[in-house]
Write a protein that binds this ligand. Structure first.
Ligand code: PXP
Length: 251
């Protein structure tokens, strides 16, 4: 059976550019509205502890100003939990966060951090928020996410995106195996990090992955091609890969 593959557009780096000068331009909310018109199924934003890109005000304006579901990426802290419970976005993706990192470098240790994560998952889910855990494509982490009661996992595709040749094949195989295991144990499976026009197709072709979250490449490429056509091209590459994997049937 072929399932629709959702595209979540991460608009963090629109805010990065805005913050380089202060002020309001370019506005991530405007980018989110444009992404919706270009075929995004959701908007993703990471409110980091240091507020280096998305701000608290952006989250409030996104909640009020867009029709698409908002996926709030957040560290497992009390501060972020309070913010999430105040805004009640459609989804929260819990990610590991270190101040010095440039981006989210690894997956969450769902297995090792269960005492911290369990009450968080419970409280977010209790507020009607769909909780996902951003983890490495690793059976142990998937089983831990399931045991914590998270309905969704997002597989970190960074190692796949950074690898070449045989190593990339190996990383893709890990993603495929993890996505199959997620389905087998009843978890909804998303994926993201480092995806681009050049590497998205094999991930989009994995039939049990139902959502890709893509940010840095889309916002960077939009400098050259415009946000609308960049998102449309990503959407069509994803759809093509999915339809070819399902035997060439149209979506
Ligand atoms: N998914 C998660 C959980 C992330 O933390 C990020 C990066 O913020 C992404 C997806 C998107 O990664 P990229 O910006 O490399 O496309």
């Amino acid at each position: 059976m072929k399932r629709h593959l959702r595209l979540g557009v991460n608009i963090d780096h629109v805010a990065t550019i805005r913050n380089a000068r202060g002020g309001r331009h370019p506005d991530p909310v405007r980018a989110a509205r444009l992404a919706a018109q270009a075929g995004a199924d959701g908007i993703t934003a990471h409110l980091r502890e240091d507020r280096r890109h998305i701000t608290d005000d952006d989250i409030a304006r996104l909640m009020a100003g867009i029709d698409l579901p908002l996926n709030l990426e957040m560290a497992a802290t009390e501060e972020m939990l309070d913010i999430a419970l105040r805004h009640r976005p459609h989804a929260c993706c819990i990610v590991p966060e270190r101040r010095q990192e440039r981006t989210t470098e690894g997956g969450l240790d769902a297995a090792g951090l269960s005492d911290t994560l369990r009450p968080m998952v419970d409280r977010l889910a209790g507020a009607g928020i769909r909780v996902s855990l951003f983890i490495a494509p690793d059976t142990r982490q998937l089983d831990a996410a399931k045991a914590l009661g998270a309905p969704v996992v997002e597989l970190h595709t960074g190692s796949y995106a950074d690898a070449d040749g045989v190593e990339r094949d190996h990383e893709l195989e890990r993603l495929r195996a993890a996505a199959a295991h997620a389905e087998a144990i009843g978890l909804e499976c998303h994926a993201g990090h480092g995806l681009s026009f050049d590497n998205v197709a094999p991930v989009a072709a994995i039939p049990t992955v139902v959502e890709l979250n893509i940010g840095h490449f889309l916002i960077g490429e939009a400098i050259f091609g415009g946000l609308d056509s960049t998102i449309r091209r990503m959407r069509s590459l994803m759809d093509l890969a999915r339809s070819e994997a399902a035997g060439g049937m149209s979506a």
